[in-house]
Every structure is written in structure tokens, then in C-alpha cells.
Design a protein around this ligand. Sequence first.
Ligand code: SF4
Length: 492
Amino acid sequence: MCGVVGLIGEEKAGEKLFPALFALQHRGQDAAGILSFDFDRAEFHLEKDLGLVSQVFPIERLSRLKGTMALGHTRYSTIGTVEKEDLQPLVLSYPNGIGMAHNGNVTNYSEIVEYVRGRRSRWTFTRNDLEILLHMMSIGISDRLDAGDSLSADVFAKAAQDVIEKVKGAYSIVGMMADQGMFAFCDDQGIRPLLIGRKLNPSGKYSYCFASEKQVFFGLGYDYWRDLQAGEFVYIDRDLNFSTFQKSKKVSRPCMFEWIYFAGAETEWHQRPVYEVRLRLGEILAAEALKKMKQENFEVDLVAPVPDTARAAALRLAEVLEKPYREVLIKNRYVQRSFIVNEPEVRKAMVNLKLLPVESEIRGKKILLVDDSIVRGTTSARIIQLLRESGAEKVYLASTCPPIRYPCFYGIDFPDGESLVAFQKTEEAVAKHLGVDALIYLPLNKLREAIGVDSLCMACLDGDYPVPVEKKNFLETRSRNIGGGGKNEVNG
Ligand code: SF4
């Protein structure tokens, strides 16, 4: 999962994406990049590097990003590596300068790379699946130019439709055509979010902004306009004329995990505000907790969240149960990437310092802990042990996500079923494995109601994959990856 953003019709667009990338930092912490285009000098400017947004962009780097059109990226590696050549945005020079950044995963990578390299004689230099998306876009444009067309919105739209038909997976893309304009498109089931914002200029035309999350618009002074639709291609030319194309309309299948865990609490998607959904998840979970407490005859003294995502749900759950809401774990926001430290003792200390117990609130208490989800179970087990060591009398765990039993091949970092704690396990077995006194999951059949969207991707919960995946092919592709490091590193 990554964060993407694009801006057209704005002076110093590249520099303005710097604060926008802060608003998307939680979506990817491996690397960051900005590509700008200066229409006056007909020049691309690209700055990208490993690290957090604040580390990648000292002021002198930002000032090099000239132009009124720019796109940016915060990277969370699931395909490709954390090597520099794999960082986004990527640029191609033929048949016209094209730059792109994306959020998502291609699931038929081997087939497409074979087509690009074997049948179209184009070399690839990275292990990032964006590169083959970029080549496919470029091939679609080249073929039409060879057939006598000239560069136009129509040509770009047809090229993007070819990409959507041939390249399988979940992806949301923002791109720029040198000297021409900005475009955005996504896969035909709209699995990954991309929102459109706009701002009316004194000239009477709109400037446009694309972003993975809505808070970017607030920061840049744009109004949220609407979501990009599944399979839609939109284009804004250099004179700020907007056009949209959608070849076939499929039912969208947005990723449920955006609401549960990944998205910032302040955004919305499909008209469903993330914070409101998380409150509703807490409400449903409260009903389940009450049932469990009655069945197993236990009481709790307080409700506490695992910071940060579970806060809204824990708050609502506490209100319904009429129990105190307390913070029993404090997250140290300054401890960042522990794997870059080589010394094992220092690394262990950094992991320990990431989440610290508030002993005065824990000692002698029966705690109902609320987490957004339980993925591999390693973090949950560590937290439960931490609470016990800090004197908790009982620890109960409630998860706003139903059991995750199947891998995700669409951009969240759990592509291997065996590593999931709930894989082929009953809820009782998971509870035992984690060492909790009781475990409460949000029921699978209540999730659509809680999110308020009828059609969702819930493949990691029910195994119903909206885009078929050949697992062997995917895992071979995946073995190219040594990355990781999005929001909380999805290791809970
Ligand atoms: S499999 Fe799960 S995490 Fe992956 S896209 Fe679907 S709902 Fe989201």
C-alpha cells in the first residue's frame, strides 16, 4: 500500500506536494518522491529517495521541483525492493515523456513482463510493477501514433483502457504526459482509493488534485469533489480542461481494510467517512462483547485501544458498555524503522520502546483491549504479554476486523496464508495462541453493514478474490521483494 498525489494548475506544484506527502506518510514509510513538469521550459524534475518525507526533501531539493504540474508518492514495498531503482515516480521518454506513480499490486506481472520484454522488445530496469504499467501505457500510445493518431486525450484514454484490460490486479495511478497534461486511472474494480479534489481559479477554471486520501485537499485548500470510479480514466490538459472516459462499468470492490486499518481516520471513500465507520465497528463489537461476557460470565474494568487506529472503535465500545475508556499503551511516535539498526540488542530495545505500558492504569485491572485487526498475531501476543507483565488481572481482546484467514495479493503485505494467525484455526485456537482470556471478533456477516458499502473486497476474510490470482505466479513475483514498512508494518 502506498500514497499517491497529483496536482495540476498550481504555481510551484512540486513544492506544494511536500506537505501533501506528510498527509500520506502513514501509507508508506520506505521512500518518497515527487516528479514535476515545467511547461515553460518543457522539463521534468524528479527528486526521490529512501526514507521519510522529512528526510527525503531538504529545502534545496524542493526548490528544484519547478512547474505547475506534479505528482508524488510515499512508498510501502510489497512488489519491488527498497532499493533506489525501485522508487517512484518512474519516467519513460518514449513516445512522449510519461511519468507515473501508483498504489497497488499487479497480479499477472510475469505474463505482462514477458509481453513487454519478449514481444515488444522493451527492457525493464526495476523490479517495481509500476514500470510494466508505465510500459503498457507507453505501448498503447505508441501503437496509436504509429497508426496515424496524434497525442490527444482520446489516445491516452484508449491506451489506459488497454492497460486496464490486460494488466490484472489492484492499482490506482496518477500520471503526467510531458507538455500535455495529467491523468489518473484505476483497475476495473476500484480496489484501491483515489479521490479527486478541485479549486476554482480567478480565471474561472479549476485546478485539480488527486490523492489517496481526502485530508490532502484540506491541506492544499482544495474541495473534495468525488472518487475516481472503477475502471475510469480522467485527463486534465495543460489548459485545465477536464475529460473522463469509462469503457465498461463493473461493480466496484473497494478494499475493506482501508476503513478497518489503513486509511487515516479523517478521510472518506464511497461517501463513508473512516472515523464514522470505526465508531460503528466499535458499536457492533460492543454487542458481541456483551454476548461473550454473558456466555463466559466475566466483567471488565476498562476498555483500551491498541494505538492508534483502534481508538474510535474502543471509544464507542466503552460508551456502549458504560465502562471507562483508558489509554494503557502509549506509542512512541519517534521510534521509526527498527530494521535499519544492525545491532540486535539495540534493535530489540527499539521494538520494545515502540509501545510502552501505562502501569498505573493496568495493574490489577480486567482490561478489554481493542485492536483494528489481528494479522500474524506476533504484535498482539507481545502486547498481551506486556499487559500481563505490567500487572493486568485479565486481558480480553476485541478485533474490529473478522478473522483474516486468506492472503492478500492486492497490495497489503500478507501474501502468505500460512503466516496468518487465524489460518485454518478456530477462534478458540487463536485466543489460546495469543494468550488472551477471551477473544471477540467482529462477525464477518456484520462487516458490510458496518462499512455501509454493499460490494467490497473481503478476500482475505472469505477467500472470494475479485481478481483471480495464480498463487504460484504471484509468490514467484513476490520473492523479488525484500521490502515492508507501511503503516505499523502490518505485522499485528
Ligand atoms: S484481500 Fe483484504 S486487504 Fe487485500 S484488497 Fe482485499 S480486502 Fe483489502
